[in-house]
Structures are given as C-alpha cells and as structure tokens.
Design a protein around this ligand. Structure first.
Ligand code: HEC
Length: 154
C-alpha cells in the first residue's frame, strides 16, 4: 500500500514535470497553448500552429486571428478597421526583401515582427518548436500556391 502510494506519487510528479516541460505559460487572460516537443506528423504540427494562431497572445493583447481573421483565409482587418490581404499564398513569397531595412527576411522573422509589433507580445525564439509550428500552419495556407512571386523581374 505504502509502496503503491509512492509509485503513484512519482507518476504524478513525472507527469507534472512533463507538463511543465511541454507548456509555455502565457498571460492569465489567455493561457499559452501547449507546444509538444515532438509530434508524429506534419498534420499534428500544423494543428499546434493553428492553435497558437487562434488562441495564443504570446503575452500580448491580441492573437494572430485578431488581424488576420478567419484563420488567415480571406482578407484580414486591423484594429483601426483597415483591410489587409489574406494570408493564403503569403508564405509562398518568402523570403522577402524589405526595402526599409535593406534586408531579406524569412517567414519566421515576419511572424516575430507581427508578434512583437502587432501583438505587443514576446515572440518565441527563432528556431523554436513554437515558431516552426506557427510557420507550418501559415505555410499550409499556401498549399498549391505558386512560389517565387517575389522574384519577378529577376
Ligand atoms: C495588429 C494586427 C496584426 C496581428 C495581431 C498580426 N499581424 Fe501579421 N501582419 C499585420 C500587418 C499590418 C501586416 C503587413 C505589414 C507587415 O509586413 O508588417 C502583416 C503581415 C503578415 C504576414 C505577411 C503577409 C504577406 O502578405 O506577405 C504574415 C505571414 C503574417 N502577418 C502572419 C501573422 C501571424 C502568424 C500572426 C500571429 C503570430 C500575426 N501575423 C499577427 C498585422 C498583424
């Protein structure tokens, strides 16, 4: 009985440790989406990315879906009411040259920019699982899109 109780305690402890390891803690209003360290398929990664897109504020005040509405399908709407283009096909035009900075940015860097600027949040690190999953979801919106429109004229 005592032995069994301890076993259960250890199991509960390792479950707690695993849960901490797998979670990113968001703010109280919008708890962070659980980002597993590993998933078994592309579809599963896209699902995690979609959850981040729809629900995570990354510690800021908005989600991706606040501006890029309907999961990024169809035109989006900024808080000031201005319309922005759909994210369908957007990933197919990265990396992209940004004249203002004279640099080429990756899709992940664009997401970091939106999280920092548009959401007032703290972006996941470049190379992190969360950012890769988010990029996987955004890229899924470009399935079948023609790549390379940014190279027009080259
Ligand atoms: C406050 C509104 C706002 C939020 C929230 C926001 N974005 Fe953006 N996003 C913009 C604006 C405005 C642009 C276009 C200007 C720019 O590049 O910053 C943009 C551009 C983009 C682009 C490039 C679109 C293209 O046509 O090339 C992608 C991809 C993108 N956002 C994804 C995201 C994702 C994913 C999130 C959530 C992590 C997010 N954005 C959150 C406003 C927002």
């Amino acid at each position: 009985m005592r032995h069994g109780g301890r076993g259960l305690g250890l199991a509960a402890l390792s479950l707690a440790v695993a849960t901490v390891a797998l979670s990113r803690v968001g703010d109280a209003a919008a708890p962070g989406v659980v980002v597993p360290a590993k998933v078994s398929s592309m579809a599963a990664a896209v699902k995690v990315g979609q959850d981040l897109y729809m629900h995570d504020t990354f510690g800021g005040a908005r989600t991706c879906n606040t501006c890029h509405t309907n999961g990024g399908r169809g035109p989006g709407k900024l808080p000031n009411g201005a319309t922005i283009p759909s994210l369908q096909g957007a990933a197919a035009a990265f990396p992209r040259f940004v004249p203002a900075t004279g640099r080429v940015i990756s899709l992940e860097q664009q997401l970091v920019k939106c999280i920092r600027g548009g959401m007032g949040g703290k972006p996941p690190a470049l190379g992190s699982v969360a950012l890769a999953d988010l990029a996987a979801y955004v890229t899924s919106l470009s399935k079948g899109a023609v790549m390379g429109s940014q190279f027009a004229g080259h």
